[in-house]
Design a protein around this ligand. Sequence first.
Ligand code: SF4
Ligand code: MG
Length: 331
Amino acid sequence: ARGLTKNFTLRGGLFGRRRTLNAVDDVDLDLFAGQVTAIIGESGSGKSTVARLLAQLQRPTAGSIELDGAPVSVRGNKELRRYVARVQLILQDPFASFNPVHTMGYQLRRAVRIHSPELTPHQVEERVGQVLAEVNLTPARQYVDRYPHELSGGQRQRLSIARALTASPSVILADEPVSMLDVSIRLGVLNLLARLAAERNIALLYITHDIASARYFAEVAAVMYAGELVEGGSAEEITQHPTHPYTRLLISAAPDPDRPAASGPLRDAGAPPNLADPPTGCRFHPRCPFVMDKCRTTPPPVFPTGQAHWSRCWLHETPAGTARLAATPLN
Ligand code: SF4
Ligand code: MG
């Protein structure tokens, strides 16, 4: 994606004024086959909107999307179906994505037929068995006759992954795929997604508010704040050597058994901004302990902060600023 931007028009409020909410602003994002990329952000940061734009559920206000180097322009249902077969979206709540009145077998067979109309009924059944085996739901007969409510949250999420696989997608967009599941089974579902990405050469976008899980599952990561990507690089680099004050805030706020509770200057200092009226200059400036005059007036560009590592922060305009950030303890 290049320059991906999404504005929503809000009506209502005092005097029924129309306002524009800038949910996603000028996002550049590259996904690669067989690689897990994470977008990390708080709720309301715009990360789910990025997923919906990439899935063509919403049209961008500006910007472009390419798949295999060809510009994507989806007009009409036929093109949309073809695109969705390549780019599958997995949602946070697997319950909401299944029809409660049909068995899982019915819903999986239907998905297989949509993507492979040439298959015979016997082949459809075989394909259903295959995708269930890929998500470790075996034997298939234990699952196909059940209704969504008869399964656990983890089983339902595995089934929604199985359904995504019926399309043999090139890209999977997973929006908080484990945040509604019990902590004890999250790891299993994430490992499954990472394994599928590697084995089936799928480009996986993992969207999360949990920076620790991004570190373990993603190779590449970007941090989103108030509609903008503010830092990007290898997941290891940005979690071990964060170069944006907001990323440092996220890390110091995340529970980490190896570190005492956050107490220093980067402790949380407020909530994300209202995107109908974003702060001028750097959108993080009202919460930033490093704020300088320039930050209040001028949006920072992207500065390189390492190998394939970048930060949208004025501190990196000078080596002294970079050193100042690095010298400040995380908590
Ligand atoms: Fe803080 Fe300024 Fe950097 Fe924004 S540009 S994160 S306000 S130092
Ligand atoms: Mg969301």
